[in-house]
Design a protein around this ligand. Structure first.
Ligand code: 1GP
Length: 226
């Protein structure tokens, strides 16, 4: 569903805390060169009261799939097409390995949201990111490709359907190409990559290296917002 080893999704991440009502038209203009075919909606912390509105506005304006990428179990809405059911496998914080998932499960069932079980791997992007701070976890060092492969494989063996290699929103450096390539070759499930991408040329390079999706957020955020 949505992702396969053949996918090449250009994914636009929208943080519901950083947009206001009526954001879509301007966003559609500013992301023309990127031309996303799929949306992620979610933020790194807290439950945003704006999540329903953001998903609604996307649904009113586009037929492209809208997938929740929740930083917290409170960031759920039945209006989305699916939710990334994330487990932060690079970390050792039980709250983000199982705690949030247990809290989210009955809500997801009630909402009848399709889930995409996702191995979420934080990779060191050269700066302390919000997700590292909030989850209080250590990222995988950028030069430890063997650790990234082992973690992604563990996710596959646990039954996850997707690997998300994440440098963190606004990271100083994106996920190294060599790491993405090695992980994509080592697992049979699709791999997406994001965090710190500021150069659109990198997207094709990631695709050629085996990425099944590339996520961009900060680059298209309106400046001057919190
Ligand atoms: C964050 O990978 C996404 O979860 C996007 O990162 O905001 O740095 O593009 P950026």
């Amino acid at each position: 569903m949505f992702f396969s080893k053949q996918s090449r999704h250009r994914i636009l991440l929208i943080d519901p805390d950083k947009v206001e009502k009526g954001f879509y038209d301007e966003l559609a203009r500013t992301t023309k060169n990127y031309d996303p075919d799929l949306f992620f909606v979610g933020g790194s912390f807290s439950g945003s009261g704006n999540i329903h509105n953001v998903v609604d506005e996307l649904k009113q304006n586009t037929a492209k799939p809208v997938i929740l990428f929740p930083g917290d179990y409170a960031q759920l809405t039945p209006r989305a097409d699916a939710v990334l059911f994330l487990s932060l496998l690079s970390g050792r914080n039980p709250e983000y390995l199982a705690g949030q998932q247990v809290k989210a499960a009955p809500v997801i069932r009630h909402m009848q949201l399709p889930v995409i079980p996702t191995a979420y791997l934080l990779v060191d992007g050269g700066s302390l990111t919000t997700v590292q701070y909030i989850t209080q976890t250590l990222p995988i060092p950028a030069d430890k490709i063997d650790l990234a492969i082992a973690t992604a494989l563990a996710g596959q063996y646990m039954g996850m359907q997707l690997v998300y290699l994440e440098a963190g929103s606004g990271a100083g450096r994106p996920v190294p190409l060599e790491m993405l390539q090695s992980v994509a070759r080592s697992v049979q499930i699709p791999v997406i990559v994001g965090g710190g991408i500021r150069d659109l040329d990198l997207i094709e390079t990631y695709f050629k290296a085996g990425a099944n999706g590339v996520v961009i957020g900060t680059m298209f955020e309106k400046k001057g917002r919190p």
